[in-house]
Design a protein around this ligand. Structure first.
Ligand code: ATP
Length: 375
């Protein structure tokens, strides 16, 4: 088992900066997810940890051993890093049986035959592959193939697993099942795992912590609760959650009744502690971005705490998307558009005017321009 540490790591491809000044610490036994949109530098980061790519600047440590530091001319090759990588494409050998595919990394390392047999069977048992050991990859389903790829990584007993979107070739149903299986397996083995995905649901359900990246830069690292409930900026707030957080231009105003988010058409009263922060940061009288998740806007008919004139607005129902278990409701108030997630029992219909309640406890304010979270 091992810790992985990146210190001020950069990766340039010519003029292009794929990874920018990345500092990251993965704890022993932790499941860390690298999450971000396509092209944000996740795979490049993983490849640098694996030793498939050399950083341009910075240091990478695996278990306190410096494995890459271009400044000192240090670069430990992949073979000597004791990490196992699982790819999206599985990369199985088509002409070999499942048994031989799993055994392959051990054969390469000249492990005695008896030991190989014991370990392959152990891993096959763990992954439910015992009855398929004599099949070829083409005779397996996608999920079974993915398990073989995992088996091949596990059998080596590496210090670190590096996984690059390993579930993305599976259909939606199987992905959900494999998600849970993989998480369980990782817990059971306790091997430090770095898992790359652009799928926020995968990140939220699997990660002990999530590192959110955008355009080569780390945006936030924290537990799933942290990044969901306390996003560091508008990027994280917008990337995590579905449908995404509503962002509404607003000005902060104060009168004798308190501090308000003013939207022109309506206004919402900040809670006392929020008002305090806004005053402290000199944001009263300023333009900000008000953020709130769709699930934190309620149909007033079902809302617990409604305070007319403080946390409510009259809105026009533009579109209702019925997802069975819930309804996604697109609303407008003047020229302000926002989305709410209502329970299935809600009877809203398109073209109707309704009262909605904003759960101000869950409201966020971001600085205009930088997008940095105030709260
Ligand atoms: P995806 O989810 O699409 O794989 P990613 O976040 O993993 O995206 P990377 O594969 O790390 O992104 O790529 C980051 C950026 O670096 C991309 O813009 C990519 O085009 C660029 N890049 C990656 N490898 C190279 C390379 N060998 N030469 C030039 N540019 C590269």
């Amino acid at each position: 088992m091992a810790e992985v540490r990146l210190v001020r790591v950069w990766k340039q491809f010519g003029d292009f900066t794929a990874v920018k000044d990345l500092t990251l610490e993965v704890k022993d036994g932790e499941f860390l997810v690298l999450l971000g949109p396509s092209g944000c530098g996740k795979t490049t980061t993983l490849r640098m940890i694996a030793g498939l790519e050399e950083p341009t600047k910075g240091q990478i440590y695996i278990d306190d051993k410096l494995v890459a530091d271009p400044g000192k001319g240090i670069f430990v090759p992949p073979k000597e890093r004791d990490v196992a990588m699982v790819f999206q494409s599985y990369a199985l050998y088509p002409h070999m049986t499942v048994y031989d595919n799993i055994a392959f990394p051990l054969k390469l390392r000249k492990v005695p035959k008896q030991e190989i047999d014991k370990r392959v069977r152990e891993v096959a048992e763990m992954l439910g592959l015992t009855e398929f050991l004599h099949r070829k990859p083409r005779e397996l389903s996608g999920g079974q193939r993915q398990r073989v790829a995992l088996g091949r990584a596990i059998v080596r007993r590496p210090k670190v697993f590096l996984m690059d979107e390993p579930l993305s070739n599976l259909d939606a149903k199987l992905r959900v099942k494999m998600r849970a299986e993989l998480k369980k397996l990782q817990r059971q083995l306790g091997v430090t795992t770095i898992y790359v995905t652009h799928d926020q649901v995968e990140a939220m359900t699997m990660g002990d912590r999530i590192a959110v990246m955008n355009a080569g830069e780390l945006q936030q690292i924290g537990t799933p609760e942290d990044v969901y409930e306390r996003p560091a900026n508008t990027f994280v707030a917008g990337f995590i959650g579905s449908p995404p957080t509503n962002f509404m231009d607003s000005s902060v105003v104060e009168d004798e009744n308190g501090v308000w988010a003013d939207f022109g058409e309506f206004r919402l009263k900040f809670l006392d502690d929020q008002a305090e922060v806004l005053r402290e940061k000199n944001l009263v009288g300023k333009e900000v971005i008000f953020g709130i998740r769709p699930e934190d806007i309620y149909d007033a008919l079902f809302a617990q705490v409604k305070i007319p004139g403080e946390n409510m607005a009259r809105a026009f129902v533009e579109i209702v998307e019925n997802l069975g278990g819930e309804k996604i409701v697109h609303l407008s108030a003047g020229d302000i558009n926002f989305t709410a997630k209502f329970p299935a029992e809600s009877r809203v219909v398109e073209g109707q005017e309704i009262d909605v309640v904003f759960d101000m406890k869950k409201a966020h304010v971001f600085e205009k321009g930088s997008g940095k979270a105030v709260f």
